[in-house]
Design a protein around this ligand. Structure first.
Ligand code: ASP
Length: 441
């Protein structure tokens, strides 16, 4: 075996197993770049297969995990007034973080104007292939807001479960769990049942995570291979603005937030959830990352009670990265097509982005579908709307990976802040990464 291969393998084996995910990510980027220049259908198929096996395995445990976590989380808050207090605090914290994201997006897109001159490449051939699909999506979203809200109330909770519709499932489970908490001791058999379900799904998550490194590697390689340096060059300003925005969210907003509302050291928290952040980037799905986010938080100091209450709701409702992307993308298109925005329209964009993002499912690409809610009625012609939207589709995956990382991180940030406020953090564990329990056994 060549020396450099031996060194790589030794490095991999010597590192803590959790770091293998990071190596997988880096290797995925490298292989993806190589694949872009070399046609290798067999390798692509193999990578696609490996990536899908990983995603499907984690999706397999998400619904039992969300249901059991919500039941346990809500019923473990013994005092029913406290449930309301915790719920309110959670909504306020998520709202603060999302409003900050939207303001940052608006500010950066107005200062750097990434859309100026972009009309020239928006209509490029790359976009035309998917215009029909895009037109249907926009049509489906038009004027659909009230129906969309209606859809969150499940007529049949079991149908929502079998269809995997996360928001209706959560709405039902929250009602149901609050009711369970109110009925007192009689809820014990049911809650015990879900404690077993939770424990078993976390065990399966442990096993699946052994497959995280190859899974993240394959997903990243396939995603990166779709982009050439040429595509990057033409959209570098747009991507740059997004990257700066996400960076500010991660390294300015969350630290300030944690400083104001808690005494959680942000870098320790990031160390604790590092694997979840990497898997979020690789899978571009908050829902698929959910089992790992829960495992990281619980095994490194945040109590079971707060984690199981805050994280599943956050993974579905709290999408600050998505909101940031949506305002930047909308301003990008209006700049590209020279649409003048009044201050009122800008406020409207901000408010709609907050609504649209939090109604996005935690799955790849969801935030780009709901962006149609924000885009409609801004004065773009139907052709511009379709071409612009199609353009966003062509560079979707890479921005999805970045915003999902932000979405997942903010779930943990809010959980940590609430846990601190409620004395539900074990700081001896959180502040000592050398004692962290592996999320991958
Ligand atoms: N992929 C994102 C997530 O799962 C949602 C989106 O498309 O913005 O958090």
């Amino acid at each position: 075996m060549k020396l450099h291969m031996q060194v790589l393998i030794a490095l991999g084996l010597g590192l803590k197993r959790n770091w293998h995910i990071f190596l997988g990510l880096l290797l995925g980027v490298g292989v993806g770049i190589w694949l872009h220049g070399h046609s290798s259908p067999i390798l692509m198929n193999v990578l696609h297969f490996i990536g899908q096996v990983f995603i499907r395995l984690i999706q397999m445990v998400v619904i039992p995990l969300v249901i059991s976590a919500i039941v346990i989380g809500i019923t473990s808050v013994s005092d029913s007034n406290q449930i309301g207090k915790l719920g309110k605090k959670m909504v306020i914290y998520y709202a603060i973080i999302t409003v900050a994201a939207v303001c940052i997006g608006l500010f950066l897109a107005s200062i750097f104007k990434p859309g100026l001159g972009a009309a020239a490449y928006i209509n490029s051939d790359v976009a035309t292939g998917i215009q029909a699909q895009v037109a249907t999506t926009i049509e489906a979203q038009k004027g659909n807001m009230l129906n969309m809200f209606l859809g969150f109330i499940p007529k049949n909770p079991l149908a929502a479960v079998s269809g995997g519709d996360m928001l209706p499932i959560i709405v039902f489970m929250v009602f149901f769990s609050v009711a369970l908490a109110k009925v007192g001791e009689i809820n014990r058999p049911f809650v015990s049942f879900f404690e077993s379900v939770f424990a078993a799904t976390m065990k399966i998550t442990d096993w699946i995570m052994c497959f995280a490194a190859p899974g993240v590697f394959a997903l990243t390689a396939v995603a990166v291979s779709a982009f050439g340096v040429d595509v990057f060059a033409s959209i570098s300003k747009y991507l740059g603005v997004l990257a700066i925005g996400f960076g500010i969210q991660l390294f300015v907003v969350y630290p300030i937030f944690l400083k104001i509302f808690s005494k959680v050291p942000v870098l320790m928290l990031y160390a604790a959830i590092a694997e979840a952040m990497m898997v979020a980037f690789g899978t571009a799905s908050s829902s698929a990352t959910l089992p790992l986010t829960i495992a990281c938080c619980e095994k490194r100091g945040i109590s079971h009670k707060i984690t199981s209450f805050v994280i599943p709701l956050g993974a579905t409702l709290n999408m600050d990265g998505t909101a940031l992307l949506q305002v930047v993308a909308v301003l990008f298109l209006t700049q590209a097509y020279g649409v003048a925005l009044t201050p009122l329209m800008i406020v409207e964009i901000a408010v709609l982005a907050i609504i649209a993002s939090s109604t996005s499912a935690g799955i790849p690409g969801a935030g780009l579908i709901t962006i149609a809610l924000v885009l409609n009625g801004l004065g773009l012609s139907p052709e511009q709307l379709v071409a612009g939207f199609a353009f966003l589709f062509t560079i979707e995956r890479i921005t999805d990976m970045m915003r999902t990382l932000v979405n997942v991180t903010s779930d943990a940030v809010v959980a940590a802040a609430i846990a601190d406020n409620e004395n539900e953090i074990n700081y001896d564990l959180l502040n000592n990464p050398e004692n962290y329990n592996d999320v991958i056994d």
